[in-house]
Design a protein around this ligand. Structure first.
Ligand SMILES: Cc1cc2nc3c(=O)[nH]c(=O)nc-3n(C[C@H](O)[C@H](O)[C@H](O)COP(=O)(O)OP(=O)(O)OC[C@H]3O[C@@H](n4cnc5c(N)ncnc54)[C@H](O)[C@@H]3O)c2cc1C
Length: 459
């Protein structure tokens, strides 16, 4: 047991999700005494209701598509059906193994794991049942929940991602409310599983946070996959009668479905936790911080989804590690939000880092862009995927944005983020050799073209 057993820890962390547990592990590595308070399951949303189970579903979806499409590769396969019991067993198996591994890591690090719901009592103390856990530093990491819309109650056939991850049968017709990351990922899964899918999105395009060229390509691909979507359309209400959910739009149109998935964003979990009473400023539920993740109260930090910005697990990990190092006095480098890679795992996958073209124009004035079509990439042709790599650079300057779409393009984000975060010029990347035939070559070729020496591309 750590030095904290007597009551005073170096670090007390409220919430054991991506942000919280990363902070706990790094703090312990640095020799700090740590208490980690978690009311649910260690690993939080990402492990149990987010990244991991959804990506397992997306992989099962890919297997279903491969079974359907065997003939186009000369392999005689037939697709029979999706057995949700089997899919859920596979998904839960993946989650279970990672959960066990994570519990082992926390135990081995000698972190005091406190089970139960914590509430702040002042800026140094978390109360969990009849226990008071006090620390020199407090890290708030209580994460996020799936939002709904006013008047739209979750229950029955109206679900958020949380319930949709546990369905026992493939619904025949699904309406997905929200064309953001979570919405398009689920739409992709349901379509591959055999559902008829309609996405309803109030904004003018799917994945509206991405560069517009990406949205256009995704919409083309979804049309081809026969995933219906209505953009620029506002939801008016939904009613459940028997086995049917009827979704009405402000246009007067109605759509009947067997499942309505509400994917309209995630709100911060900060209500009723004593944050404001402890003096911590809260803005629309979020906890604002400075660039060193300090709240307005000395010794109190916040990490992960409760901090305004990208709601991504690896951002939470990075912030958790940052805060641990900050507390240990290592003065870590500030995390640049635009340098955080983003992947959407629908089919086709989307991967981006840095600024979109309009963002870059706003920041730097004139910029140069290049779009390398995957039509010229051997491996993409072998896979039968369409898409592109789009680069955005400052005129005669570094690459400030990389935007990619196509099957498996998520795997290319590693190099893309090095390029953006190390402020590489196209000429720097053009001199690096990319293995043939890989999809990674598409990234190399895009840089070759932007450096003025295209190979398998029309300049
Ligand atoms: C469907 C879905 C798919 C996603 N896919 C991806 C993906 O592919 N890639 C990606 O990067 N991100 C993905 N995300 C986002 C990712 O899950 C979150 O960004 C990440 O989990 C945030 O980490 P966090 O630590 O801030 O919060 P959480 O993971 O939400 O953890 C917060 C923890 O705090 C605990 N807690 C809350 N209140 C208390 C309290 N009072 N006392 C004790 N404990 C408390 C909760 O039980 C929870 O375990 C996805 C999210 C969803 C919903």
């Amino acid at each position: 047991m750590s030095a904290g057993a007597a009551g005073d820890y170096d670090v007390v962390i409220l919430g054991g999700g991506s942000g919280g547990y990363a902070c706990a592990l790094r703090s312990a590595e640095l020799g700090l005494s740590v208490a980690l308070v978690e009311k649910g399951r260690l690993g939080g949303t990402c492990l149990h209701q987010g990244c991991i189970p959804t990506k397992a579903l997306l992989h099962a979806a890919e297997v279903a598509d491969v079974a359907r499409e065997g003939a186009s590769f000369g392999v005689k396969t037939t697709f029979e059906s999706v057995d949700m019991t089997g899919v859920n067993a596979y998904k839960d198996g993946v989650v279970g193994r990672l959960y066990k591994g994570l519990q082992g890591l926390v135990k081995a690090a000698k972190i005091d794991y406190v089970e139960g719901a914590g509430v702040l009592d002042g800026p140094r103390t978390v109360v969990v049942g009849d226990r008071r856990v006090t620390g020199r530093n407090l890290v708030l990491a209580t994460g996020s929940y799936a939002k709904s819309l006013p008047g739209l109650e979750i229950g029955g056939r109206i679900m958020t991602s949380e319930q949709a991850l546990a369905i026992e049968d493939v619904p025949a017709r699904v309406v997905v409310l929200g064309g953001g990351v979570i919405g398009v990922e689920f739409a992709s899964v349901f379509k591959s599983f055999g559902s008829e899918v309609t996405i309803v999105e109030a904004l003018p395009r799917l994945v509206a946070a991405e560069d517009e060229a990406i949205s256009k390509q995704l919409e083309r691909s979804f049309r081809k996959r026969k995933i219906a979507f209505k953009t620029g359309v506002r939801f008016a209400g939904a009613t459940q009668r028997g086995d049917v959910v009827t979704v009405s739009l402000e246009s007067g149109e109605t759509i009947d479905a067997d499942l309505l998935l509400v994917a309209v964003g995630r709100g911060p979990v900060t209500d009723g936790l004593g944050y404001e009473a402890a003096g911590v400023a809260v803005d629309r539920g979020f906890v604002p911080t400075d660039e060193r993740l300090r709240t307005n109260v000395e010794g109190v930090y916040a990490v992960g989804d409760i901090v305004p910005g990208l709601q991504l697990a690896h951002r939470g990990f990075a912030q958790g590690i940052f805060v641990a190092e900050e507390i240990a006095g290592l003065a870590p480098a500030v995390i640049e939000e635009t340098g955080i890679p983003r992947v959407t795992y629908c089919d086709p996958e989307i991967a981006s880092v840095g600024l979109t073209e309009p963002q870059a124009r706003e920041k730097y004035g004139d910029v140069a862009t290049y779009e390398y079509n995957l039509g010229g990439n051997g491996k993409s042709q072998i896979l039968g995927t369409q898409g592109f790599v789009k680069l955005v650079r400052r005129v005669d300057g570094p690459i400030v944005g990389v935007h990619m779409i196509g099957a498996r393009m998520g795997e290319q984000i590693g190099e893309a983020q090095l390029v953006v975060n190390w402020e590489a010029h196209p000429e720097d990347v053009a001199s690096l050799i990319h293995a043939h035939p890989t999809q990674n070559e598409a990234l190399g070729e895009a840089h070759l073209a932007l450096a003025g020496k295209p190979l398998h591309a029309h300049a």
